[in-house]
Design a protein around this ligand. Structure first.
Ligand code: DX5
Ligand code: ZN
Length: 219
C-alpha cells in the first residue's frame, strides 16, 4: 500500500489559538502542516505571512509545507526559510523565472515544489519535474478554503503520475482544494500522494476521527 500523506491547511484553523490547533492536528496523526500564503495580488485574498509561521515554528516541529500564492516568490523565499519552511511551493503562473525560484529555494537546503492553477496545462510543469520535490495540482481556483473539488483536474494528475513513474523521477503529487472523505479517493486513484485538506479537518469537531477517516478513504 502506498504511503498517504495528510497535510491539514491551517487556513481553516482558528488563528486565535493557532498553536493549539496545530498541536491537536499533530496528535490526531496528521503528517504535515500546509501553510497557505496569499498576497491579495496573485489571488484575491490575504492570509498571513512569514512572521506567523515563525511563531508557529517555535511551538511545532512538524514538516511545514508552505504554499505561496504570491506574485513574486523570489523576493520572499529567504523570509519563509527563516520562518521554518521545509518545502516551499510556488506557482508556475507567478512573475518570476521558475528555474531561478527553484535554485533559490534549494540554495537554503529547502525542498522546492511547483503548483499549477486549474487553467494551466500539466505540460507546462513537465520540464521542471527533474528539479523539484513535488508538483501541486490545484483542485480549486486558489484563494479561498471551502470550495468544491474539481474532478476534471484528475486527468492532469494521471498524466503527471505516468511521466513521473515512467521516468523514475520520484516527484510527489499533491492535490489541494475541496479534499474530503468523498473526493480523496478520486484523487488517490488518479495518483496523488499528498492530500491537503482545510475544511474537512479543521472545521470538524473530532480531529482524530477526521484525520483517520480521510486516511482510510484514501487507502
Ligand atoms: C486554497 C488553498 C487551500 C485551501 C484548501 O487557495 O490553497 O489550501 O485552504 O481548503 P479546503 O480544503 O477547505 O478546500
Ligand atoms: Zn494550499
Amino acid at each position: 500500500m502506498k504511503k498517504i500523506i495528510i497535510s491539514p491547511s491551517i487556513l481553516s484553523a482558528d488563528f486565535a489559538i493557532l498553536g493549539e490547533e496545530c498541536a491537536a492536528m499533530e496528535k490526531a496523526g496528521a503528517d504535515e502542516l500546509h501553510i497557505d500564503v496569499m498576497d491579495g495580488h496573485f489571488v484575491p485574498n490575504i492570509s498571513y505571512g512569514a512572521p506567523i509561521m515563525k511563531c508557529l515554528r517555535k511551538v511545532n516541529k512538524m514538516f511545514f509545507d508552505t504554499h505561496l500564492m504570491i506574485s513574486e516568490p523570489l523576493r520572499y523565499i529567504e523570509d519563509f526559510v527563516k520562518g521554518g519552511a521545509d518545502r516551499i511551493t510556488f506557482h508556475l503562473e507567478c512573475d518570476n523565472d521558475p528555474m531561478e525560484v527553484i535554485e533559490k529555494i534549494r540554495s537554503f537546503g529547502v525542498l522546492p515544489a511547483i503548483a499549477i492553477k486549474p487553467g494551466t496545462p500539466y505540460e507546462k510543469v513537465v520540464p521542471y519535474l527533474p528539479f523539484i520535490d513535488m508538483v501541486l495540482v490545484m483542485t480549486v481556483e486558489p484563494g479561498f478554503g471551502g470550495q468544491s473539488f474539481m474532478a476534471d483536474m484528475m486527468p492532469k494528475v494521471e498524466a503527471l503520475r505516468k511521466i513521473i513513474d515512467t521516468e523514475n523521477l520520484g516527484v510527489k503529487i499533491q492535490v489541494d482544494g475541496g479534499i474530503d472523505k468523498n473526493t480523496i479517493k478520486t484523487a488517490a486513484d488518479a495518483g496523488a500522494d499528498i492530500f491537503v485538506a482545510g475544511s474537512a479537518l479543521f472545521k470538524q469537531e473530532d480531529y482524530i476521527k477526521a484525520v483517520s477517516e480521510l486516511r482510510a478513504a484514501a487507502e
